[in-house]
Design a protein around this ligand. Structure first.
Ligand SMILES: Cc1ncc(COP(=O)(O)O)c(C=O)c1O
Length: 476
């Protein structure tokens, strides 16, 4: 190797490590070619070679007349999954038992969590939240243990309303109802817009928690074809609207769980127009919207809602703490009354202390800095997970390339039954999520959801390698 070759690789590896450690975060500009030349004593052509190398590996992208930015598009060897093609009939859901079996099996074992539902504790500000809880308890009076505001702590609602500006939402504190996570908000929304026996249009596949809510309310689902990059197929959805087949639709428009798909802004805008045209409500779950890997926060369908057809919800579960159970509903004027009544008649209001603790954290800590670090960690971990899957799984595997959140969807050879794989992996203390949980149609039996919420480690490398080996063995 020539000395110059050696130099450029050395410097490229150094920068790669700085990106992995988050010193240069996703969306940030790297030193200019001239700065690299001056600070590292390399020639301009070597500096250009460094960036060319990092660009080829997918870590960075050049922007015209602006320089090089951390971007993270991994070199993907595996193909993307094809758009889904669910059956055309509306069906009742029956997955509660399956999920219960998984929960019980998980409960009694210590596993390597390739199924983690939140980012790892070390990526979340739990020590600061714990301190906020203690300070809240100390600062408050016995009288705070009385009933409080049905819609939630007003200063917290104001803070949430201000944050909606990040997706260009024009929301005030009085539009917000604090809930016990997005799950409670979604359950209210379903009950506000539909009754038992009604049909809800959903993405296929979708989060099993949503399917379980629909199951427990005796409603049906109509699964709609969904693209792993751009989300739900709007033509198919409009067809269901036109034929009056659905009472409402329910979407995870940003970084769907499990696909990681994110509807482009143009699709969100088009969907808002369809809701208006056919007068169909949309229940929008934006639980992952803050966890974009790139520089920009995606819009929501609510961003484009002009006449109240979108009922929006989100929570702090994926960004601060799932255990404090603080989420929020923004039902919009059309459905606000029903949702408020449902809150009144179920839990009356969300427990005040966790609301105060989250508010204390938001007032005294730098949420944006925390989110920046979290997004960067998730972006890198997602790449590391994708790299390992590509390395250890068979060639005919398909894999999503999410640009936010921490869920990856793996489509295996049709011969693989991922319930069987789930059981075999559990014997090695590895937890994965079988694909059939994400549909009402006994589909996705050859699919798997894995989580990149946990920082990379030798244990994770071993777990992915072992799962890949099990798949290869099952194919023999
Ligand atoms: C899409 C989606 N919505 C809602 C939830 C539950 O969130 P919460 O803790 O806010 O109730 C999850 C949890 O994994 C999820 O993936």
């Amino acid at each position: 190797m020539k000395e110059d070759d050696f130099l450029y690789l050395q410097l490229a590896n150094k920068l790669e490590q700085l990106i992995i450690k988050g010193v240069y975060a996703v969306g940030e500009r790297l030193p200019s070619v001239r700065e690299l030349h001056q600070e590292h004593g390399v020639s301009i052509s070597t500096a250009l070679q460094v960036y060319g190398h990092l660009e080829k590996k997918g870590w960075i992208a050049a922007r015209e007349r602006s320089g090089y930015y951390v971007q993270l598009t991994p070199q993907q060897r595996l193909k993307l999954p094809a758009p889904s093609s669910p059956g055309p009939a509306a069906t009742l859901v029956k997955i509660n038992d399956q999920v219960r079996r998984i929960r019980e099996a998980r409960h009694s074992r210590k596993t390597i969590p390739l199924d983690a539902p939140t980012p790892a504790t070390e990526l979340l500000p739990h020590a600061k939240l714990h301190k906020a809880l203690l300070q809240t308890v100390r600062a408050h009076q016995a009288s705070d243990l009385q009933y409080s505001d049905l819609r939630g702590y007003e200063p917290l609602r104001r803070h949430i309303a201000r944050r909606c500006l990040t997706w260009k939402g024009t929301v005030t504190a009085s539009d917000v109802i604090i809930t016990n996570g997005s799950m409670e908000a979604m359950s209210f929304f379903l009950r506000a817009v539909a009754k038992p026996g009604d049909t809800i249009a959903i993405e296929s596949p979708t989060f099993f928690g949503i399917l379980m809510s629909i199951e427990s309310l005796g409603m049906k689902v109509l699964e709609i074809a969904t693209d792993p990059v751009t989300g739900i197929n709007l033509e198919k959805l409009e067809d269901a609207f036109r034929k009056k087949r659905v009472a409402a639709c329910l979407l995870i428009s940003n970084y769907n769980n499990p696909l990681g798909s994110c509807m482009p802004s143009a699709n969100k805008q088009a969907l808002a127009a369809l809701l208006h045209k056919y007068q169909v409500p949309l229940l929008e779950d934006d639980s992952f919207g803050e966890l974009h890997h790139g520089a920009e926060r995606p819009a929501t369908v609510k961003t484009y809602d002009r006449d109240g057809w979108v009922l929006y919800c989100s929570s702090f579960s994926k960004s601060l703490s799932a255990g404090l159970r603080i989420g929020w509903a923004i039902p919009g004027s059309r459905f606000d009354y029903q949702v408020e009544q449902l809150k009144f008649t179920t839990t009356f209001h969300t427990s005040l202390l966790p609301q105060l603790a989250i508010y204390h954290y938001l007032e005294h800590q730098r949420l944006d800095l925390h989110l920046k670090q979290l997004r960067n960690a998730l972006a890198i971990q997602t790449l590391q997970m994708a790299r390992a899957i590509q390395q250890y799984f068979p060639e005919d595997t398909a894999l999503t390339q999410p640009e936010g959140g921490f869920n990856l969807w793996i489509v295996l050879n049709k011969k693989i039954d991922t319930w069987e794989l789930y059981q075999q992996a559990l014997e090695h203390q590895i937890a994965v999520m079988p694909g059939s949980l994400f549909s009402s149609q006994q589909k996705y039996q050859n699919c798997l959801r894995v989580s990149s919420g946990i920082p990379w480690s030798e244990d994770l490398e071993w777990a992915v390698q072992t799962t890949g080996r099990l798949v290869k063995k099952m194919l023999k």
